[in-house]
Design a protein around this ligand. Structure first.
Ligand SMILES: CCCCCCCCCCCCCC(=O)CC(=O)SCCNC(=O)CCNC(=O)[C@H](O)C(C)(C)COP(=O)(O)OP(=O)(O)OC[C@H]1O[C@@H](n2cnc3c(N)ncnc32)[C@H](O)[C@@H]1OP(=O)(O)O
Ligand SMILES: NC(=O)C1=CN([C@@H]2O[C@H](COP(=O)(O)OP(=O)(O)OC[C@H]3O[C@@H](n4cnc5c(N)ncnc54)[C@H](O)[C@@H]3O)[C@@H](O)[C@H]2O)C=CC1
Length: 269
């Protein structure tokens, strides 16, 4: 039994808390269930989202929850993952998530042991593997090729490419061993197809995600597991806040709509 105030529930799963919630004295935060989508297309689904603490991963989590899925929101930043789950309704969200309460998890997707433990924890919490897996965790370390450090290369490849390898493999192993069907969605980037100045590391990682996902699709289809990658363009998130304004101005000048996409509309509209 996790100690009271530890931020963990009876199963040892991370509880969702509002930002700055004071556990020891305040007890469970009030649920804030989202408006239920009329059709709840994903009412029986358990969805694992990595990078769920920000930007596209948070928007994907919100949309999956609105469609009725139970969301296991994972991020390197535990507090950010908890904030996402609180947005989804946190404890008591069973009312809108028939498959159980949305729950936050912390893991560094670039570490094999952490990913293995993540899938173990998710299955321990929900007694089943996630049938939907969306890998959004990612980062940039932009620099011109002539000046890029080995560390900048290594870290971006480790998180953006190896991280998706580890999560895709662990999720597929869990689904195959339990005889469950599933859908794995890996977030690449248009940069993986056309390249981008200052992003040899990032472009290579995203191109790798495309090839990894296409191959996984060929191998896992026989097990009833679909694998697809999504290649967004510029979306307004903390990741793109780091781009120099003069570069953003250049890019926006090339976008027919004349503005960057937003996480809510960028993937689904
Ligand atoms: C404008 C043409 C774009 C066509 C390509 C279409 C694909 C691009 C769409 C990408 C959408 C998906 C994005 C995504 O997946 C999420 C992200 O990766 S967000 C981060 C994207 N990162 C970048 O675009 C890199 C931005 N550049 C930088 O961060 C810095 O420039 C850099 C760290 C590389 C170097 O900094 P510094 O040494 O200070 O040089 P400057 O910033 O002064 O730049 C010198 C010079 O080069 C021009 N420049 C830099 N980056 C780009 C770029 N990405 N595209 C075009 N031009 C770029 C910059 O404007 C300067 O030009 P001057 O004329 O000399 O002022
Ligand atoms: N914002 C954009 O313009 C585009 C983003 N993408 C991709 O979409 C995905 C999400 O990006 P954004 O939401 O924009 O970024 P973001 O920076 O807002 O969110 C990324 C999240 O991933 C988490 N994360 C980073 N490293 C991690 C690790 N090792 N383990 C677990 N979590 C980790 C961060 O804590 C953060 O919460 C990324 O893979 C990115 O490459 C693709 C195309 C365009």
């Amino acid at each position: 039994m996790a100690p009271r105030g530890s931020g963990l529930d009876w199963r040892g799963c991370a509880l969702a808390t509002p930002p700055g919630w004071d556990w020891p004295s305040a007890g469970c935060p009030p649920a804030r269930p989202l408006d239920m989508a009329s059709q709840l297309r994903l009412r029986s689904a358990l969805a694992l989202v990595t990078g769920a603490g920000s930007g596209i991963g948070r928007a994907v989590s919100v949309r999956l929850a609105k469609e009725g899925a139970t969301v296991a929101a994972c991020d390197l930043d535990r507090a950010a993952a908890c904030e996402t789950v609180w947005l989804l309704g946190g404890q008591g969200s069973e009312k809108v998530a028939p498959g159980g309460a949305h729950t936050a998890f912390q893991a560094d997707v670039s570490e094999a042991g952490a990913v293995r433990r993540l899938l173990e924890q998710v299955q321990a919490c929900f007694s089943r593997p996630p049938s939907v897996v969306v890998s959004c965790a990612g980062l940039t370390r932009d620099e011109f090729l002539l000046r890029m450090s080995e560390d900048d290369w290594d870290r971006v490849i480790a998180v953006n490419l190896k991280g998706i390898f580890l999560v895709t493999q662990a999720a597929a192993q869990a689904l195959v061993s339990s005889g469950c069907r599933g859908s794995i969605i890996n977030i690449s980037s248009i940069v993986g197809k056309v390249g981008n100045v200052g992003q040899t590391n990032y472009a290579a990682s995203k191109a790798g995600v495309i090839g990894l996902t296409q191959t996984a699709a060929r191998e896992l289809g026989r097990h009833g597991i679909r694998c697809n990658s999504v290649l967004p363009g510029f979306i307004t998130t903390p990741m793109t806040q780091k781009v120099p304004q003069k570069v953003l101005d250049k890019v926006i000048g090339m976008i027919p709509m004349g503005h960057l996409g937003d996480p809510e509309g960028g993937l689904f509209m």
